[in-house]
Ligand binder design. Structure first.
Ligand SMILES: *[C@@H]1O[C@H](CO)[C@@H](O)[C@H](O)[C@H]1NC(C)=O
Ligand SMILES: *[C@@H]1O[C@H](CO)[C@@H](O)[C@H](O)[C@H]1NC(C)=O
Ligand SMILES: *[C@@H]1O[C@H](CO)[C@@H](O)[C@H](O)[C@H]1NC(C)=O
Ligand SMILES: *[C@@H]1O[C@H](CO)[C@@H](O)[C@H](O)[C@H]1NC(C)=O
Ligand SMILES: *[C@@H]1O[C@H](CO)[C@@H](O)[C@H](O)[C@H]1NC(C)=O
Length: 329
């Protein structure tokens, strides 16, 4: 094997060298009428160009991995629903982000463009400046808001109210997203089911989620659970512009969010996704449901065992492509 390879390489070198020599001769011929010094220069340039071309063509001829990394043209249509899923989390949750990237990077919903971003407030530690910067360089899926990290003192307000300015880009489609979601980091969203449930719904004045209290099926009373609620873009703009959210930020973020809409008489369109959204079956409460096929989101996946059971139930890894390189029973 090694000998053959060496022989092949030697062959190839010989071929390249003779090609370059031939090209040099052509160059020399072409510049026969020029001053010697000039010709020499040209000779050098010609040879350099020949070598460059050789490198270029050889990398085009190989069937390398770059071509398989180019995205398939599955979601380029104008009709696609554009959704931003902001997962509110903390800078130090590196493992959690790594895991959620796997969860959402392995779903390919049709008819939608979904961006999943991790949202946190100002960094506070020296190591975060390097580690988070590395993540951004590699994944570009992080939003750092101008705030101090908090759960129920306005982070959700800062998230929604910052988006119109953060995403203000004249070259981007308008609105940048039809829907914006706030999600927890212990919720598993099945993106295909989410998209299917959103397709028939209005793209304006919409408030979508799992209505609280748990037994209630009326989305016009109280609010949607923080496991993951979604509003249309016009409501994002309203949150930015209205006095109502600005004046009331403290308290459980999901409850406060619902109050803004109630006080502002907003969200005439509401959709209760219960029981396609629910808490993990154990421990059993009024908010839990058995895992079942008609699922958009499962919440309270507080440990690895619960994630694994959920991913197994929904056959999340079923489409693993076969290969000689691995065997997973
Ligand atoms: C690249 O791969 C494709 C399919 O795997 C094959 O049809 C094609 O001939 C290959 N091209 C080269 C230059 O090897
Ligand atoms: C890619 O997009 C083109 C036009 O946008 C469409 O005709 C074609 O069917 C698409 N291919 C796949 C594999 O979806
Ligand atoms: C967040 O960081 C920015 C830039 O480093 C700074 O200007 C701003 O005052 C900080 N905000 C808070 C709430 O600490
Ligand atoms: C978006 O940018 C335009 C032009 O730069 C500006 O007039 C407008 O106020 C901006 N909107 C927001 C929400 O920042
Ligand atoms: C998972 O796959 C199994 C076997 O193919 C199938 O019976 C089951 O219905 C699938 N589960 C879901 C939730 O699609």
């Amino acid at each position: 094997m090694t000998i053959m390879k060496t022989a092949k390489t030697a062959d190839r070198r010989g071929f390249i060298l003779s090609s370059i020599f031939f090209i040099c001769c052509l160059c020399a011929l072409a510049s026969i009428n020029e001053v010697r010094f000039d010709a020499l220069l040209r000779l050098g340039n010609c040879a350099a160009a020949a070598i460059k071309n050789d490198i270029k063509s050889s990398s085009f001829n190989t069937n390398d991995t770059t071509s398989s990394l180019t995205p398939q043209n599955s979601s380029s249509s104008e009709d696609d629903i554009r959704i931003l899923i902001g997962i509110l989390t903390l800078p130090d949750q590196y493992q959690k982000r790594h895991f959620l990237r796997l969860i959402y990077g392995t779903q390919n919903p049709t008819g939608a463009k979904i961006d999943v971003k991790f949202v946190f407030c100002n960094l506070t530690k020296e190591d975060q400046k390097v580690l988070v910067a590395l993540e951004i360089m590699r994944y570009d899926d992080i939003i750092i808001l101008n705030c101090k990290e908090n759960m129920n003192k306005g982070k959700t307000y800062t998230y929604f109210s910052s988006l119109p300015e953060l995403l203000n880009d004249t070259n981007a489609p308008s609105p940048p997203y039809h829907y914006v979601m706030k999600a927890d980091d212990d919720t598993y969203f099945r993106l295909e089911s989410l998209v299917q449930s959103l397709k028939p719904l209005p793209r304006e004045d919409l408030y979508y989620g799992y209505v609280i209290p748990c037994p209630s099926m009326d989305p016009f009373v109280r609010y949607m659970s923080g496991m993951g609620y979604l509003v249309s873009w016009d409501l994002v703009e309203w949150i930015r512009d209205s006095e109502i959210p600005r004046n009331k930020m403290e308290g459980p973020e999901d409850k406060v969010f619902g109050e803004w809409l109630r006080v502002g008489h907003k969200a005439k369109n509401r959709f209760n996704a219960k029981w396609s959204m629910y808490n993990f079956p154990e421990p059993k409460t009024g908010c839990t449901h058995e895992l079942w096929p008609d699922t958009i989101a499962v919440h309270l996946l507080k440990n690895q065992e619960k994630w694994i059971r959920t991913l197994n139930y929904f056959n999340h890894t079923q489409n693993l492509k076969p290969s000689k390189l691995y065997h997973i029973p």
